[in-house]
Write a protein that binds this ligand. Structure first.
Ligand code: FNR
Length: 336
């Protein structure tokens, strides 16, 4: 059926949304409260127009860039997003394989359904890529320390400290659907088994787990004392916080609003990017995620000073329709 051909990320979203059940679909696709920020993330790109030059030799274009000290094939990688096994049984292991196949990096969510070791091993069968471990500021500091040690031992190159989630964003869909983790799925990174996972909603689980008394002064030196991995702060939207990341010796910031799933009403990441780039003054890396759905989106962010872009939902939609995608549509074809 030609109407079902997947040529763009919008097509991918449409087909994935047909395949996923309501509760999973809304969990993946929605933002928080009024959906303002999730909408703006992707519409912000259309406020910029390209100014192309012509008669330039593009026969030997090289899209590669360097991240965590190693070359990746093009400036896009897969953001940390939890619960990927709800979209496909192979979940984060499959995402990791896909990243390895395309030569890009991946960040592993604290709420991954596969262990750090399993995600690393899945990629290693195909090729060398780098992984970051995404962390929250946890109440259980011993568990946080165990995760860091495991990630470092498994070869992860960076910690992404997600700083935009002192409390979980208010997502009406999760409340309306009484969203629970499906039977049989676990969260091995944070050492949570099926039974414990199903007895609580995502929100109540998060409250019990996350420490909202976090701060730059407490958490960055604590991390630095425990790992040689790079430290990136995920969820920065301002020049002020970029400056603080520099002052605290962080390796970079990821300009992010959690895909519009946390505080609704914050600016689109593309609009927040220039002030963060300006504040960083080249001293630390500036990456960005939120609403990237085409190659020109990536181009616009790079033109505004980003070093690399990341995507969350497009990878999940890819997992959900992976059987349709047997024709081997590659992220590179859509984005490149
Ligand atoms: C996320 N995101 C996220 N971020 C994070 O730091 N830790 C996490 O566990 C999760 N989990 C998560 C689950 C799902 C289903 C989604 C869609 C997103 C946010 C993610 O890392 C990223 O910031 C956004 O997904 C980027 O926006 P797009 O590309 O999805 O528009």
């Amino acid at each position: 059926d030609p109407d079902q051909k997947i040529l763009s990320i919008a097509d991918l979203e449409r087909e994935a949304s047909k395949k996923l059940g309501k509760s999973a679909r809304e969990f993946y696709n929605s933002g928080s409260t009024d959906q303002i920020t999730i909408h703006e993330n992707s519409t912000a790109f259309s406020r910029y127009r390209l100014r192309p030059r012509v008669l330039v030799d593009v026969s030997g274009v090289d899209t590669s860039t360097t991240v965590f000290g190693r070359s990746i094939s093009f400036p896009l990688s897969v953001s940390p997003a939890g619960l990927q096994a709800m979209a496909h049984p192979d979940g984060e292991a499959a995402s990791s394989r896909a990243c390895a196949r395309k030569g890009v990096n991946m960040a592993i969510s604290s709420f991954s359904n596969y262990s750090i070791e399993a995600v690393r091993a899945a990629a290693a069968e195909i090729g060398a890529i780098d992984h970051a471990i995404q962390l929250y500021t946890m109440r259980d500091r011993e568990l946080e320390e165990r995760i860091i040690r495991k990630a470092e031992a498994a070869g992860c190159k960076a910690v992404f400290l997600t700083a935009d989630s002192p409390v979980l964003g208010v997502r009406y869909n999760e409340w309306k659907n009484d969203f629970r983790t499906p039977e049989g799925l676990e969260f091995p990174v944070i050492e949570l088994t099926t039974h414990k996972v199903r007895s609580q909603t995502h929100d109540s689980g998060f409250v019990a787990f996350n420490d909202d008394s976090h701060s730059w002064a407490r958490d960055i030196p604590w991390l630095r004392a425990r790992t040689k991995m790079q430290i990136w702060i995920k969820g920065v939207l301002t020049a002020e916080d970029t400056e603080l990341a520099v002052e605290h010796g962080c390796d970079g910031v990821i300009v992010s609003n959690h895909g519009g799933r946390q505080l609704d009403g914050v600016m689109a990441t593309l609009d927040a990017l220039p002030e963060c780039v300006e504040a960083a003054k080249g001293r630390i890396g500036v990456h960005v995620d939120g609403g990237f759905r085409s190659g020109t989106d990536i181009f616009k962010a790079l033109a505004l000073g980003a070093d690399c872009c990341w995507v969350g939902r497009p990878a999940i939609w890819g997992l959900a329709v992976s059987d349709i995608l047997a024709l081997s549509l590659s992220a590179r074809h859509v984005f490149g």
